[in-house]
Design a protein around this ligand. Sequence first.
Ligand code: ADP
Length: 667
Amino acid sequence: MFDKILIANRGEIACRVIRTARRMGIKTVAVHSEADAKAMHVQMADEAVCIGPAPVGESYLRGDVILDVARRTGAQAVHPGYGFLSENAGFAAACAEAGVVFIGPPIEAIRVMGSKAESKRLMANADVPLVPGYHGTDQDFATLSAEAERIGYPVLVKASAGGGGKGMRVVRAAGELADAVAGAQREAKAAFGDDSLLLEKYLGRPRHVEIQVFCDTHGNGVYLFERDCSVQRRHQKVIEEAPAPNLPDDLRRRMGEAAVAAAKAVNYVGAGTVEFLYEDGGFYFIEMNTRLQVEHPVTEKITGLDLVEWQLRVAAGAELPLRQDQLTRRGHAFEARLYAEDPQRDFLPAIGKLVRLRPPAESDHVRVDTGVREGDSVTMYYDPMIAKLIVWDEDRDSALRRLRVALAEYEVVGVTTNVGFLGAIAGHPAFKAVEIDTGFIERHRADLLPPPAPVSDRALAAASLSVLLKRREEAQAALRARSDRYSPWLLANGWRLNEENHYDLRLMDGDTAREVTLHFRADGYEVAADGGKPMPVTGVSLTDGLLTATLGGMRTRATVVRQGLDITVLIDGAVYRLTLDDPSARAAEQEGGSGRLTAPMPGTVVRVLVEAGQSVEAGAPLMLLEAMKMEHTIKAPAAGTVSAVNFAAGDQVSEGVDLLVLDIAEG
Ligand code: ADP
């Protein structure tokens, strides 16, 4: 076994590999970009070396620099994770030349399986069933269109070198073929430097069922059952599960054997995934991925195995730990991919600081694979996945219940996420009923992506209470500072903010103003929203952003996070955003300057020129921001006092976030 390995990756997968290596007593070397200097994988590894600036082309894709680090640190093997260099035959060859073990399959297997067309030609020879299609080398349009006619519309045009859904086009009728081919060629050329295409019959309602295979250097090959990854958006996986529900056992075995045959046809070694489409009882090879997959943890949960350990053992020349007849599975597992993205804006990636990040507690039933911690940022440089949430239980219904609960518990504040969307899938009756195929999300779009609901009265109450408690705390602190021990403000009860014994505030829910009135009562409050029926509130406490109270007779826990004037409320399994309509901020705005200083576009904070509490003149520079390769100076719109500095140098900021808060001087 190796003494030391290098992990040529970042984020959750780098952390995941390090965890197993540590358990096996193997030292780890992390590589990182300048932007990742303080990243979780860097902190976890025994050694870490910076390999270049943030853009992946200058760091994580620099195979030469990475191999140089391996040499310098004495790492005997490189684990490529997924993405980046994991399916790069050139990098695998360079490792061999440098005398470093590439933890993955042989170079030739990567090369052949890297071409969807070439792999299909080979699979046809190995008697692995294929989707009817055309995967020849003739690429002239006349050939493609004659083949499309033969296959019969609808057809799917795919880039042979493709991945991530790039260069893929559905063609419903002959008249659309020319445009689709031209478009797919352009996209494939740009993404992979290779514009060769293949055609496939476009199946109407397939399921995506893939087989995990493993082979060693001694001629052994096994399959570790299957994963169902049918829940996809734009042909990319969203939720995966193992085993594939309602898959007959004999089919499972036939698919498994076909997958092992596929792997053996290319003399495969290590972990690989053979992907099939499954429809009407038939299954058809689409491609093989020659690496560890993102969704491998569901296989680990049902088999009780550690696939990274197997990878390391096989790479070190050992035999597979188990034979096919020794492999068993138990229970059911799901994985949900938690992304920083905005489902309401066509899943646009979101960036920003993870102001609050509290995953559900891990147990035998819940596993969280992540590469970020609270306070870290999701940047524009890398994949915006925050975490993979994996759950397990004895049967599918129980596991699904655990998934719903764990998703509802996941607290992320600071960036918009797809957690609500994942929750909607996990809670959908058709998903529970296994009415799944790759069209699931499109078919249920209206249920899964409902228009944003107005902020609930309970969320308004929670937000208002937190504002009130914070103001009270500030007022008490200010008074204490003046050591006015007899001030009525310092009494725990009986304090009041105005004659009428109530407190009004206005919160913006998007463009809608919501008026909230809190009446002080002997045992708590009554909160009324927009002049509606008052809700009694008792037993209020607020610690570390967690608000506990009995709202309308119901004991409730809500998370309330303030960032400047923005308030995020996590309550009743939903996330709401509000903005405090602060009179001083409004006044400032009316004078043409804003008390809130927001980022004009996504960028990086270069320097902070002031500190909280500092008084500034109108026009004083407060912060330097770099965005779109240009520097922008954030200036004070009016004289005032800086009351909050929300970011530090080096932080990534998304458009519209409050960089600083300025209390505009009166008069
Ligand atoms: P990529 O490598 O770009 O991810 P794949 O070939 O793995 O592309 O296919 C990704 C997804 O696209 C599949 O899981 C499936 O949902 C859909 N797909 C691929 N081929 C077909 C087909 N012939 N008919 C219907 N859907 C398909």
